[in-house]
Design a protein around this ligand. Structure first.
Ligand SMILES: [Zn+2]
Length: 427
């Protein structure tokens, strides 16, 4: 399994996701205490994006890898566990298992989940079927359910390394770093020297060590983690900003996700060490909001904008764990962080061309820096078209996307086409 499957490396491999690259270049050296840190810049792909816009590629890589690994053990395990059930049922389970992995290969997690669920109704204690069910549930944006199946799978067969890898990654992204570490430690005893396991383990232990001395401030649904007294007032400020932005964003979207939102305040060095985010980044979201806060007291507006940007990713991810195009995620985050729509539109017009939004549904990673500037501007301008529609049904759109409907079709039911969203690029 590659890191592209679930890990942070996916996220940091996308420096071109710099929505403010244009602004970044305009920062006068020395004028910003944080070097290249610029308003609202977001280095992280929302974890939701790894479930959604990036999901097809990422999930595909993961599933392919999971499938390959499972294939080797599949027949043996299934055959072992199947001996206790009638022949006809055995062959049905094998068919369902095969069809389930094929569905995952095609990116159809919903169908795969149904197939594995049916197989498990006949053979509930099969580790491979449980593994397949876990992969499918993750593909459906249900990490907690996925983790439960994977844990059960590993109870039944601790040697199923792919299940360990998968569980560790999901656990990490769900903030359960201890579980992630324990899972990989166990897997390493069965696969000593495995580089992928060792590399992730080293990073997670380093992160756990940094967080060991952190304190936590809880307010309503927010948990803000910080280190030392110096940052206590900043943590307090963060909860105020988060709370106020939460209600403002929720009101616009017509929904207030109930999930706990974790924000971690780092020193610049801790932030770079843990996220490996590029220099220009000012924030990161990977299931938790991570911010470097050195100097934030001197620039409270920047702090507010970055927090609001990342909070939007968190709320959208909670409302739609998958299916939201990358451009829409970034467009919404920029809209709420107060980015200037008109300035973005002028920049697009000045270039005299644009990238079709449909090409920006997935990762921006293949774009050059110049294309990425444009992509972020397009994301903002196109999202603003939707925001301009009074009483737009954001909740319905996000639910429809999370249910697996492609964006172009989902937006049609609101009377929009992609051409409508791209129209401001031309005028
Ligand atoms: Zn962002």
């Amino acid at each position: 399994m590659t890191d592209a499957a679930l890990g942070r490396k996916v996220q940091v491999s996308l420096p071109n996701r710099d929505r403010n690259s244009a602004r970044c270049q305009s920062v006068t050296p020395g004028s910003n205490p944080h070097g290249s840190r610029v308003l609202g810049k977001c280095a992280g792909i929302p974890w939701a994006e790894t479930r959604s816009s990036v999901a097809r590629g990422v999930q595909g890589a993961l599933v392919m890898s999971a499938r390959r690994s499972a294939a080797a053990v599949c027949l043996t395990l299934l055959t072992c566990t199947l001996v206790h059930i009638p022949l006809q049922a055995q062959s049905r389970v094998l068919e369902l298992n095969d069809a389930g992995w094929k569905a995952l290969d095609k990116g159809d997690a919903d169908r795969a989940a149904r197939l594995f669920a049916e197989a498990l109704s006949v053979q509930p204690n099969d580790p491979v079927l449980l593994f397949g069910a876990g992969v499918s549930l993750q593909g459906q944006g249900r990490p907690r359910d996925a983790m439960a199946r994977l844990k059960r799978s590993l109870e039944l067969d601790p040697k199923l390394k792919s299940a360990s890898v998968f569980l560790g990654r999901i656990a990490y992204h769900e903030g359960e770093v201890d579980l992630a570490i324990k899972t990989y430690e166990k897997a390493l005893t069965l696969a000593p020297g495995d580089r992928e396991l060792m590399s992730a383990l080293t990073e997670w232990r380093r992160e756990a060590e940094v967080h060991r001395t952190f304190e936590e401030r809880r307010y309503d649904r927010f948990r803000v983690q910080f280190e030392g007294r110096a940052e206590e007032s900043l943590a307090s400020q963060a909860t105020t900003v988060l709370n106020s932005a939460f209600w403002r964003i929720g009101q616009k979207l017509g929904a207030y996700p109930s999930d706990t939102i974790v924000t971690i305040l780092y020193t610049e060095k801790q932030f770079r060490d843990i996220t490996r985010a590029p220099e220009w980044s000012g924030g990161y979201y990977d299931g938790r909001i991570r911010l470097p806060v050195a100097g934030a007291n001197r620039d409270p507006n920047l702090f507010t904008e970055v927090l609001t940007h990342e909070l939007t990713h968190a709320m959208v991810s909670n409302l739609a764990p998958r299916g939201v195009p990358a451009w829409l995620h970034e467009g919404m985050a920029q809209y709420f962080d107060g980015s200037d729509v008109e300035a973005a539109r002028r920049r697009i017009r000045a270039l005299g061309g644009f990238v079709p939004l449909q090409h920006l549904e997935g990762s921006f990673s293949r774009l050059t820096a110049a294309q990425a500037h444009l992509a972020y501007d397009e994301a903002l301008v196109a999202s603003a078209v939707i925001f301009d529609r009074p009483d737009f049904g954001w909740t319905r759109l996000l639910t429809t996307l999370a249910d697996g409907q492609p964006f172009y079709r989902a937006i049609e039911s609101f009377g929009f086409t992609y051409a409508d969203l791209e129209a401001p690029f031309k005028r």
